[in-house]
Design a protein around this ligand. Structure first.
Ligand code: PMT
Length: 403
């Protein structure tokens, strides 16, 4: 799985830096080209010569370590990486990553790379639990950084608790898993919808909902990071555009319907995270509606159910619907799954704190034809997206094997 890959191994300055030697050695044995960057403090715990000998490549310490005049080192390292691993990651490097600082070779390369980043933190138990460190890790998780959790036990500082660097074998396994998952989606065409549709009433007024698009954008980002060709059809959304994703902006449910239908045949996977209006004004006034009567009655008509139409016209696509519910989650989710012929339905109980509209987090339950298949706790939407993609690819593989 790892053979032929290039991994940039960043080592920051904690006592666990000594374990990075074993990690480097295991990666090299697995056929990986390992390019090591050490921070100045890391070099106080373990010598660059050790890592140079194990990796069989020069070790970078300073931003201006230009060993090859033909290239700019930090850009070359950033571009060459299939994956970046930071092990151990101190509270300091996490803070620099979160803030986007570039004041040494490691942080500069991290800013320059578009490769996925796997972080294995190691620090004192109180530092690990500090709100600043927690917040930085949350922020990085939102941006798609993956973590290998530290272990609990006797720490070098004398404390007993959480903060011990994960064992090198575990970090290697996490890297393998990352490549396995990515390869399952490489080249697949993924169509994602996001945001809340806007249904115009007159020239300045409209009906919409609280969707920010964050859930759908997180899915699109996670999919493109796994090598998929992603098209994101977005209605009104506040989430930022994603590099590498083809984005199509729409406004109304009707425009979303047309845009999705145009691309459906070519899609392998469709994920409908958008909050689509069920009703739209029957009449749209060209100008601004004047204030005249005491009461104004607006007549609404049903929009086309895009997901249901996709289910009816399914020809091999893997179809995932969302369900925003407030009660009887399983009942309504299963009803949607069957009525709309979905392969999976992701239900979020939007009355739960931390779940649903306009938040960075979500709490979801995923249903398949056999019922509940995964219940996720409160997680960043980016993490929900990753777990969902793993479920999708696993089930597609199982479906393919059964055919
Ligand atoms: O965007 P965020 O702020 O991050 O919030 C995320 C979210 C809460 C919007 C998202 O997680 C979510 O639940 N999206 C679906 C919301 C919704 O419209 O649920 P629903 O139960 O009304 O619709 C069920 C499914 O049918 C959805 O996949 C929806 O996209 C689809 N649908 C609905 C109506 C319609 N006319 N056409 C559709 O395709």
């Amino acid at each position: 799985m790892l053979r032929g890959k290039t991994i940039v191994l960043g080592i920051s300055g904690g006592i666990a830096a000594y374990k990075a030697a074993a990690l480097c050695s295991k990666l090299v044995q697995a056929g990986v080209t390992v390019r090591v960057i050490m921070t100045e403090s890391a070099a106080k715990f373990i010598t660059p010569l050790t890592l140079q000998t194990l990796s069989r490549h020069p070790v970078y310490l300073d931003t201006f370590d230009e060993f090859d005049p033909a290239v700019v080192s930090h850009i070359n390292l950033a571009d060459s990486a299939d994956l970046v691993i930071i092990a151990p990651a101190t509270a300091n490097i996490l803070a620099k990553m979160a803030a986007g600082l570039a004041d040494d070779m490691l942080s500069t390369t991290l800013l320059a790379t578009t490769a996925p980043v796997l972080v294995a933190p190691a620090m004192n138990v109180h530092m690990y639990a500090h709100p600043a460190v927690e917040r930085n890790m949350e922020l990085l998780a939102e941006r798609g950084v993956k973590f290998v959790e530290p272990g609990t036990g006797q720490l070098a500082c004398g404390y007993v608790g959480k903060g011990r660097l994960a064992e090198p074998e575990e970090i290697v396994r996490a890297a393998e898993q990352w490549f396995t998952q990515r390869d399952k989606l490489t080249g697949k065409r993924v169509l994602v919808t996001a945001g809340g549709t806007v249904e115009r009433l007159d020239a300045v007024r409209y009906l919409t909902n609280d969707s920010s698009g964050k859930m759908g954008f997180a899915i699109a980002e996670a999919a493109v990071n796994r090598g998929a060709e992603v098209t994101l059809i977005a209605a009104r959304a506040t989430a930022a555009p994603i590099a590498g994703v083809t984005m199509i902006n729409v406004e109304s449910a009707e425009q979303m319907y047309n845009s999705v239908m145009e691309r459906y045949e070519a899609a392998d996977i469709v994920v409908k995270a958008a909050a689509v209006a069920d009703y739209r004004p029957l009449v749209r006034s060209e100008g601004k509606i004047k204030k005249t009567e005491e009461r104004l009655v607006i007549e609404l008509e049903r929009t086309t159910d895009i997901l249901k139409t996709l289910g009816e016209r399914k020809a091999g696509q893997f179809l995932v619907g969302f369900a925003a519910e407030t009660d009887q989650i399983e009942h309504y989710a299963m009803d949607k799954l069957r009525r709309k012929n979905c392969d999976l339905v992701v239900a979020n109980n939007v009355s739960q704190e931390g779940a649903g509209f306009n938040l960075d987090t979500n709490i979801v339950q995923v249903f398949g034809e056999e019922g509940l298949i995964e219940s996720m706790p409160l997680l960043q939407k980016r993490e929900v997206a990753d777990r969902l993609l793993t479920l999708i690819t696993d089930r597609m593989a199982a479906k393919g094997a059964g055919e």
